[in-house]
Design a protein around this ligand. Structure first.
Ligand code: ZN
Length: 574
């Protein structure tokens, strides 16, 4: 699972300051307060250039001296292997992609088209639901995972008639091809042998260079999986990589690219460094979890002291990515593995990509905040606060009611919040994570872990982050959760729109609003109250019309970033 679009929670541990990005860390302060008028575009740009401009170019990496010398040869191997994942994904999207790309690249007049093709990994615009921007071909729902003329019905009929093939057909790691009059499931190891072979060889060379035995094991078992098509053991081994300097993910993972069934995994890679300071701060949070649970604004009988944190969190700096994750909107965070059997045995791991978050903060969030927020409050929108919100949001997911007891037809029944709230669960749970995450900052201040002034940064990060996350409408649970908070805070007088169209927060009213919203949401969960959840979402979950108009004026601010990776330059010197 991954998060691309939505803003994760954003709180503010000063502990998370990241050495190498100091300059970017004092963002809004130095900037001129935003002008009311929109900047005038000097010259008309072509339609294609405008599409490319939705993605702000940015370098994603770390300064060379931050990459420990002893790891450099290994990292270079991993980057080479990741480039192969990139080639594989391009072929998964369409087998003709390399040929089309060569055609476009051959015409100098198509430079913008080529740039867009590279962003989108094919001729279809991922921000416009796959509309073609080059050529006429419509994007097949199952891209190259299935024969283009195969219907869902044909697939299902085949599987019903050949039950012994069901597992292979619906599995993550096969492509479906035609064979005579029938269908056949071909393992990736066979269908992509020409590229997986060299990728496996690189991973084995990387493993030989690895000092950490757990990393060595993952790289070797993943290399073996490329040949055997059996990925489970290597997913298990990946879960054991929970500290150490290098965090790497490579192989077929997410199934979003398969819009026909959601079965087939797309190739991708993340080559990243774990930040020791961030890891220390995270283990500090872990220690505080029992006290955080006790701090929640609900009666003791609804507390959940035994919940624990199911999934470890890693904070990393991206050096290189390839494949699926690099197409269109860039991943901010992911939770892997997806294999339920592994999740059951070993849990899952959340990985937050800090420098990617920083780039989105600088290129998108701050420009939006400058346009829509009170000038004096924009200054309080810091990356530190934004990233802290992410950590606190993730932490808050592990707190509060989980397994609960409800009364149904006069009988006490044991259930879970998820089961009781059904389709409303995600929106309520995301609201909880945000607002409880904010609330926990009061505790951090009381504990002396944050200065009191930090609370202003928390509020500013909330408001600034809010505008970014609902810019394209309240899509999905995160977007809806944001709207709920905004409307609630507005109702409480804690968020205000000034006469000049700028938004601000009233710090005096904020705390009461945060606390009462946290309590209301936690109690809906504690009681498993579906009707109350529905009424709450109906009351607070609508996008205000005026806000929609305010957001509509932001078309010149990029939608996302377009990364390039300095490590490619750096490794030429190694
Ligand atoms: Zn969440």
């Amino acid at each position: 699972m991954r998060v691309k679009m939505s803003v994760l929670a954003a709180s503010t541990l000063a502990l998370f300051a990241c050495g190498e990005k100091k300059a970017a860390e004092e963002p809004a302060k130095k900037e001129e307060p935003a002008k009311k008028e929109e900047p005038v575009k000097e010259e008309p740009v072509s339609e294609m250039a405008a599409k490319v401009a939705r993605f702000a170019p940015v370098e994603i990496g770390v300064a060379e001296e931050m990459i420990p010398e002893k790891h450099r040869p290994l990292i270079a191997k991993l980057v080479e292997a990741a480039r192969i994942m990139d080639q594989l994904f391009l072929l998964q999207v369409d087998r003709d992609n390399p040929k089309w790309r060569a055609d476009i690249a051959g015409d100098p007049a198509l430079a913008d088209t080529l740039a867009l093709f590279d962003i989108m990994y094919g001729p279809w615009d991922r921000l416009e639901d796959g509309k073609p921007f080059w050529g006429e071909k419509a994007r097949p729902r199952g891209v190259s995972f299935y024969p283009e003329d195969m219907t869902k019905e044909e697939f299902e009929k085949w599987v019903a008639a050949h039950p012994e093939q069901r597992e292979a057909f619906t599995g993550y790691f096969t492509v479906i091809e035609r064979e005579g009059d029938g269908l056949v499931a071909v393992p990736y190891s066979q269908a992509h042998a020409d590229l997986l072979g060299p990728a496996a060889a690189l991973l084995k060379e990387a493993a030989a260079l690895a000092g950490d035995p757990r990393l060595k094991r993952y790289l070797n078992s993943r290399a073996a999986a490329f040949a055997s098509n059996e990925y489970r053991q290597s997913d298990m081994d990946w879960m054991d990589l929970d500290d150490g300097d290098i965090e790497v993910v490579i192989g077929p993972y997410e199934v979003y690219e398969d819009r026909l069934f959601g079965y087939k995994a797309a190739f991708e890679a993340f080559v990243t460094l774990r930040d020791p300071e961030d890891s220390a701060a995270l283990s500090k949070i872990k220690e505080l979890l029992p006290r955080m649970e006790a701090y929640l604004p609900i009666p003791d009988e609804h507390r959940n002291p035994h919940r624990g944190s199911e999934s470890p969190i890693s904070v990393v700096e991206v050096l290189y990515t390839g494949g699926d994750t690099r197409a269109g909107v860039q991943t901010l965070a992911f939770v892997l593995p997806n294999d339920e059997v592994v999740r059951e045995k070993k849990g899952s791991k959340k990985v937050l990509l800090k420098n990617v978050a920083h780039a989105k903060f600088d290129k998108i969030l701050v420009p939006i905040a400058r346009r829509l927020m009170r000038a004096d409050q924009v200054a309080a929108v810091t990356f530190e606060a934004f990233f802290n919100h992410t950590l606190m949001h993730e932490t808050a997911h592990g707190l509060g009611p989980g397994r609960i007891e409800v009364v149904r037809d006069g009988k006490k029944v044991r259930t879970t919040v998820n089961e009781a709230l059904r389709e409303l669960y995600s929106a309520i749970e995301e609201t909880k994570a945000d607002v409880v995450g904010m609330y926990l900052n009061y505790m951090m201040v009381e504990e002396g872990l944050k200065p009191e002034s930090f609370i202003d940064n928390v509020y500013a990060a909330f408001l600034g982050g809010f505008f970014r996350s609902v810019r394209f409408g309240p899509s999905g649970a995160h977007g809806q959760a944001n709207i709920i908070q905004f409307n609630y805070m507005t109702e409480q007088g804690a968020v205000i729109r000034d006469a000049d169209g700028r938004y601000g927060y009233d710090a005096d009213k904020m705390r009461a609003a945060v606390e009462s919203l946290a309590r209301e949401i936690l109690m809906i969960q504690a009681l498993g109250d579906y009707d109350e959840a529905k009424a709450f979402i109906e009351k607070y979950g609508q996008m205000p019309e005026r806000l929609r108009r305010d957001l509509a004026g932001l078309t010149d601010i990029p939608t996302d970033i377009r990364p390039s990776y300095p490590v490619e330059r750096q490794m030429e010197r190694w």
